[in-house]
Design a protein around this ligand. Structure first.
Ligand code: NAD
Length: 273
């Protein structure tokens, strides 16, 4: 694993207030920690497991930062509204959203139930839509910042927004949907100085894909799909999200940043195909 680059002397997200959904594990947890390290106050959303989110919020506060753990289901309108309202009341406002929550319920198409199709679309796509809509409403209500974006959104996509994935049609469709939702929102709200982008991770070592890296044999199979030769870590994604959310990326909107070790570069063609 490569070392993280040195932190810049100036904190990238000083004074910003962030909501990170699905932050009790994996990528979301690393993102919430990284945003706090970059100076943001953070609302750490959890769905069913409060303890890891509470523990991260405590860790951030103990290090001198500001954080709160907020329970809520992003796939329900009430849940998404409550999360953005909860962030505004706990942190005094909201400047950035990381719509990260996601699930997988895999099956071959002939065996896929409507319930599992709807569950994945409900969390991954409808959940991101609801959180984005509520964040945009809140950004517009706020006084804005003297410079830089009034608000920023990072949608957690996947390499499967472009790579078809047999046996995962609900998941791939949700991520393809996120791509067009993100670009459409970016176009629509840019005149309000709101930036919307996506990060598309490849294979990252988290609970969602444990089967793909837990055994040596599975990891070896996985590495054949990654030209860069290692599995990604949640922190690889977290650093990209922090940068995209910051004023360093002020002219970047409507873009997907792939953080995938080259997984989307047709790895079958490595070595001349
Ligand atoms: P994870 O299972 O650790 O995280 C998913 C999070 O979403 C969990 O914290 C879970 O509690 C939360 N969540 C689920 N349903 C929710 C709901 N209804 N409301 C609120 N939160 C809910 O897995 P992860 O890998 O950290 O996944 C995070 C995101 O990254 C997902 O959108 C996933 O699709 C995406 N992603 C992951 C990988 C990877 O290789 N791990 C690759 C590409 C994209």
């Amino acid at each position: 694993m490569t070392a993280a680059p040195d932190r810049p002397a100036r904190l990238l997200l000083e004074g910003r207030r962030a909501l990170v959904t699905g932050a009790s594990s994996g990528i979301g947890l690393a993102v919430a920690r990284e945003l706090a390290r970059a100076g943001a106050a953070v609302a750490v959303n959890y769905h069913s497991k409060a303890e890891p989110a509470e523990a991260l919020a405590r860790e951030i506060r103990d290090a001198g930062g500001q954080a709160v753990a907020l329970g809520g289901d992003v796939s329900s309108e009430e849940g998404a509204v409550g999360l953005v309202e909860g962030t505004v009341s706990a942190l005094g406002g909201i400047d950035l959203l990381v719509a990260n929550s996601g699930i997988q319920k895999d099956a071959a198409v002939a065996e896929m139930s409507l319930k599992d199709w709807e569950a994945v679309i409900g969390v991954n796509l409808t959940g991101q839509f609801l959180c984005c809509r509520e964040a945009i409403r809140a950004f517009r209500r706020g006084p804005g910042r003297p410079a830089g974006a009034r608000g920023t959104i990072v949608c957690m996509s996947s390499v499967h927004e472009v790579i078809p994935w047999a046996g995962h049609v609900n998941y791939a469709a949700s991520k393809g949907g996120i791509h067009m939702m993100m670009q459409t929102l970016a176009q629509e709200v840019a005149p309000d100085r709101i930036r919307v982008n996506a990060v598309a991770p490849g294979a990252i070592r988290t609970p969602i894909n444990r089967d793909a890296w837990e055994t040596e044999e599975a990891l070896e199979r996985l590495l054949r799909l990654i030209p860069y030769g290692r599995i990604g870590e949640p922190e690889d994604v977290a650093r990209a999200v922090a940068w995209l959310s910051s004023d360093e990326a002020d002219y970047v909107t409507g873009t997907t940043l792939f953080v995938d070790g080259g997984m989307s570069l047709y790895p079958g063609f490595v070595g001349n195909g």
